[in-house]
Design a protein around this ligand. Sequence first.
Ligand SMILES: *Cc1c(COP(=O)(O)O)cnc(C)c1O
Length: 366
Amino acid sequence: MSTSLTLIEKLAREELVDMVPYQSARRLFASGDAEQTKRKVWLNANEAPGTGDYQLSSENINRYPDFQPDNLLNAYSNYCNLERSQILATRGADEGIELIIRSFCRAYQDSILICPPTYGMYAISAENHGADIAKVPLQKTPQGMQLDLDGLISQVGKVKVVFLCSPGNPTGNLLSKEDIIAAIELFKDTAIVVVDEAYIEFSAEQTSIDLITQYSNVIVLRTLSKAFALAGLRCGFTLANADIITLLSKVIAPYPISAPVAEIASKALNTDLKKMTQRVQDCNQIKTKLINWLSEKDWCSEIFASDANFVLFRCNSQQEKQRIFDTLVESDILIRDQSKQMQLENCLRISIGSEQEITQLKEVLS
Ligand SMILES: *Cc1c(COP(=O)(O)O)cnc(C)c1O
């Protein structure tokens, strides 16, 4: 830290002064004006291609919305087959992550556990709150990157919240359900196990949602940002037993879901479900073709198995990785560099955009 502090640096919580905020895809490459947004091919944030078509009524816009709007909760309850008392709608799954940490971890006393390489917001939210972060890295197996159960055993009693991501971001593969259950059992008296299912629609049969009723320490996170193509809406869901939802409801803001969000999200869940499943099918087909194409490239040394809407691959060398990334940027195609993550040297991640966008990417790299 510099020797002469500004007033704000003196007043701020000390640990925030040098903290680096989450380097979201959108911060690394701001979308800028509408022109730029259109010109660029965005394959760096696992968003879905295509635009939605929604009309808004502003009838009650002068009123505060319900704490948990009826139309939205009923729609998600129908979609996921849980009771309304087991659902909390939030400002994206990211808000769910933050609420969980704030509700279960005492600042400067308790810890969360993550299994890197994994989603960056668990660590960012923990840091913001002053929770410590224990790490048990994923292990490479013939079934993709999986949990290290022995490593997890060594953390029992030392952490309050365990974040598992299935399908994993940025790895792509599902965690074995047996291992998820084993982890839940391990921590059943000492920690909450969160299964982040942001990408579960791309392999929907593999959900852990059934575990919510079987174990009292399980939370599942969901979002409309990926398969539902509504990242701009900011709407996610925290699913858990009613006791956990009651607790989180004490910490969340009083009006977390704006009326327009509830209106659009309800429509997506009620009348546009077929569109979502079609989008998932299309994405999975384009993904398979991209994986086949990548496997023939001599600069590509490894392709990670993907159960989500993106593909992670490793390049032969650091130079090759940079060349591919920069070549794409020069052609206005943005993908995500994951090479700074633990175990992911020289790795890049491509979100599955439209058929046309992926074709464009292949042409530039050919
Ligand atoms: C995108 C993503 C989220 C955040 O989703 P939002 O609902 O947009 O906040 C959470 N977890 C993972 C693993 C993600 O990839």
